[in-house]
Design a protein. Structure first.
Length: 448
């Protein structure tokens, strides 16, 4: 246990020396929810509730500053390490003698090595998912099928992309276990959290909005405009790290474990289908760690294959060296000095009960400045959102005139200027507001 604690502390220490990017959504969505805005009706977003939209959320649980977000990041990583150890213990313990117990830590060492590299310095919904999926795998291993399904149901509340994993596990139960009763029990476990979600949406009275944003929008507008494919160099790095796990297929002793872990791996990788970013690989990384440990167990006994492990190690050193050179630092993205200056200006020019509006910049400024958007309507101003709701946002700005507007004409997403997808709003702001201050590229504007 001392060795496990040292691995966790090492992971935390590494993360503390890297730049930090907590996604703005994790701050602004709970803030707006806690101030009375209704998810999907007033807060226009495509994600399931998770810890952003329920009454008990990240904001009410104390994650309101970058410092507290760091603690959530450290705590999440620590829990994943503990769960990874417990799952590894289920896999390896029965096959090990007392002098070989170090094998139990191979998955943790693998996760320690690659967790920071695959955007582990970023905090997003995907960062939390392994807590639920690893718990589900552990419970499945110890024959607690209902609770295994329950934790996958909880994961589904965080992100719809967990649905393929649920389906794959269900198919595994049906065809591998050949027990329809187990499938029903597993299904009841999944349904329980989903039932809670359904009751909550019913209570809010937003079923139409919920279905549009979380299903229709995702399958249409977002699928057409928001999808992001990985470039060749990114895929080479992923295959180089993840590909090592393929040797676990040749380990007959762990065959059943490999199949089950492989299912969790494939299901967890569905996150990168919509938008390819390394952070979306975090849900699958623990399962790659488990399969890579089995691969090492297989290869280490073959003298002529030890060279493969050596090549893998050297390649890893090269990739990690490049990574740490570019990411060491103490910056907190979206929470720097310029953001603090903008907040100070907003609070100087407006009172707590007056509305503000962010045009093409700092979507979390409402939480930072403790203000609300006009009309109590909020959306992240990505192109795929604005093509749907520009008129609605403009109507809110006109009917509930903000005291202060902040605008950035240079903001881009994937080479497209955000402002180009909201020409009506920008023209209205141009006509009615004037710039009184400029902080870097951000204009501070008030009514003419």
């Amino acid at each position: 246990m001392i060795f496990l604690i040292l691995i966790i502390l090492a992971n935390v220490l590494i993360l503390s020396k890297l730049n930090f990017l907590p996604y703005p959504e994790l701050f602004v969505y709970p803030y707006l929810t806690n101030h009375g805005l209704v998810p999907y009706r007033d807060i226009l977003d495509q994600h399931f509730q998770g810890l952003m939209f329920f009454p008990i959320n990240l904001g009410s649980l104390g994650m309101n500053t970058p410092g507290s977000a760091r603690l959530w990041q450290y705590g999440t990583v620590a829990i994943i390490h503990i769960l990874l150890f417990l799952v590894g213990k289920q896999i390896f313990k029965s096959n090990l003698k007392s002098l070989q117990q170090s094998w139990l830590f191979i998955p943790n060492l693998f996760f320690l090595t690659w967790q920071p590299y695959f955007e582990g310095w970023v905090l997003w919904i995907d960062s939390f998912l392994p807590i639920f999926t690893l718990t589900s795998l552990y419970l499945f291993k110890v024959k607690r099928v209902f609770w295994s399904g329950f934790f996958l149901g909880l994961a589904l509340l965080f992100k719809q992309i967990i649905l393929p994993l649920i389906v794959l596990v269900g198919i595994y139960i049906l065809f591998k276990e050949k027990k329809f009763r187990s499938l029903v029990i597993f299904g009841f476990g999944v349904i329980l959290p989903v039932t809670f979600l359904s009751l909550y949406i019913t209570n809010l009275g937003v079923w139409k909005d919920f279905i549009f944003w979380t299903i229709t929008f995702n399958l249409t507008t977002f699928a057409e405009m928001g999808r992001k494919f990985g470039i060749f160099s990114q895929w080479v790095r992923v295959i180089g790290v993840y590909g090592f796990a393929i040797f676990s297929l040749f380990s007959g002793k762990y065959r059943n474990d490999v199949i089950l872990i492989g299912i969790f791996l494939m299901g967890s990788m569905a996150s990168i289908y919509a938008r390819f970013d390394f952070i979306h690989l975090q849900p699958s990384l623990p399962f790659v760690a488990l399969l890579s440990a089995i691969s090492i167990n297989r290869l280490i006994k073959k003298k002529y294959l030890k060279m493969l492990i050596a090549v893998y190690a050297l390649t890893s050193i090269f990739l990690l060296t490049q990574f740490y050179r570019g990411n060491m630092g103490d910056r907190v993205l979206f929470f720097g000095s310029s953001e603090n200056k903008v907040v100070a200006e907003i609070q100087r020019l407006s009172s707590a009960d007056e509305k503000i509006f962010a045009l093409g910049t700092l979507p979390h400024i409402y939480q930072l400045a403790d203000r609300l958007p006009p009309g109590n309507i909020f959306v992240f101003q990505f192109p795929w959102f604005m093509i749907e709701v520009e008129d609605r946002i403009l109507e809110a700005v006109i009917s509930d005139s903000p005291r202060v507007v902040i605008r950035d004409l240079t903001s881009e997403v994937e080479g497209h200027k955000l402002i180009s997808f909201m020409p009506k709003i920008n023209k209205y702001i141009e006509d009615k507001y004037k710039t009184v201050e400029r902080i870097e590229n951000i204009e501070i504007m008030v009514v003419k």
